[in-house]
Design a protein around this ligand. Sequence first.
Ligand SMILES: [Zn+2]
Length: 446
Amino acid sequence: MLDLLLKNGLVVDPANQVQSVLNLGVKNGRIVRITRDALPALEEIDCTGMIVCPGFVDAHSHEDDLRNGEIHADITLRALRQGVTTLVTGNCGSAPRDFAAYRAAYDGKQPINMALLAGHTTIRRLCGAKDKYAPVDEKTLAAMCELLEQQMAEGARGLSMGIRYEPGMTLDEMCAMASVVKRFGGIVAAHVRGDAFQVFDAMEEFLEIGRRTGVKLQISHIGSMAAYGQMAQVLSYVDARAAEERLDVRIDCYPYDAFCTSIGATTYDDGFLERYHDVTRIELTDGEYKGFIPNMEVFQQVRKAHPEYLTVAHVMNGEEVDLALTHPRTMLGSDGILLDGAGHPRAAGAFARFLRNYVFERKLISLSEGIAKTTCQAAARFGLDRGTLGIGAVADIAVIDPERLQDKATFAEPGLAPEGVKLVFLSGAMALKDGAILRTELGRIL
Ligand SMILES: [Zn+2]
C-alpha cells in the first residue's frame, strides 16, 4: 500500500524526459511508482488539470545569518508559498559564519531545505580583513583558505564571491580560494566586479578564475549585471569562451527588470549614474522612506544615515532579461532578499512570475524547459539529491495550477504570496495546501 497517490496530474520531470498524465506513488518519503495504474494508497489526491513537478530549487537566494541564535524565516516561508522546496543560499560573498551552529538552528525548524555556499566576504571578515577596498596579506589569505576548507568539509556546495561589494579582492586571492573549492568539486558563484559597460572586464576576470583553476563557475543574477544594452554580447562572449576553452559556466537570473541592493553598497559609489543614468528610477524601500523616489541630495543623505536600507533600482531592459532567462545556460535564481519584509518582490514572486510570463503566457520556452530551469538544472549544478521525480527520488513535489499560477508580490507589497500553488510536499509530507502552510519544520540543510 502506498502512502500517497497523486492521480491524473500532468507529471513533468525533465530530468527523466517525462511529460504525461500519470499517477505518482509515494512511500516512506520517496517516489516509488510512476504509473497509469490506479494503485491503492492511504491518501489519494486528484490532480486533474494540475502540473505535478519536482519541488522548485532556487539557484540563488539570500537567507541571512543567525540573529541572536535564530534564523528569520523571511525567505524560506515565502519560498515555500511559491512551491520552492530547496534554496541555494549564502550568495554574493555573504554566508553564515558558523556552519555547525547554522545547521543546528536550521534542521527540523525551517520549512524547506537549504544548500549552503561559503561566503568569500564573510570568510575575509572572520580572518581579520576589515577594509573592503584593500587586498589581504599572505597570512590572512592562508587563514581564509583554511577556513574555507573547513566549511567545504562541513558541507558547503561551493563558494560565493561578491566581487562588486569587496573591490579589494584580487585575482590571485580569488584563485587561491577557488583552488580549494576545485579540490572538493564545488562551484564558485560570483556577483562579478562590474555591471553595465563595466561588465565585459568583469566577466573576463571571472572566467580567468575558471581558466586558472578549472573550477566550475556560476555567474550570479546576470540580468542585473548586463541588461543595460550588453546582454546579447555578454552571452555570446561567455558561450564562445566556454566552448573554446572548455570552461564550465552556468548562469542564474531573476525575472524582473529592477535590481535590489542596500543603499550603502559599493554599487552606488561615485559615478554610478554613468551606469544607471537616472537617480529617480531608484526607489527607497525602508523605514520612513518606503516608496520614496529620491533626488541626488536625498539619496546621498539616506546613504550616509542608513547604509543598510534597501533600494530597488528600476534600471534594466526587460527584453534583455528575456534573452538571459531563455538562454540554455541560465537557470532561475530568485536572488530573494528581504529585510523584515521590505525589499524586492522577487523573494515572494520569482517562480510564479517566471512560469506565468515565460512558459504559460508568452511561451518563450517550453513547459519542460521552464520546469528544468526551476528544478533539475540547479539541483544537478549544486550536486543536490533533488529536482527530479525519478523512482527512488526524495518526494519533494510541487503541484501547480497552470491556469491560475500568478505572482502577486509587487514593489509596493513585496511579500505577497502567489496564487495557483496547490500543494507542496517535502519528503512526501504535505507542507502547503491551497496556499495555507501546514508544516514549517520539514526543512534540512542538504
Ligand atoms: Zn548579488
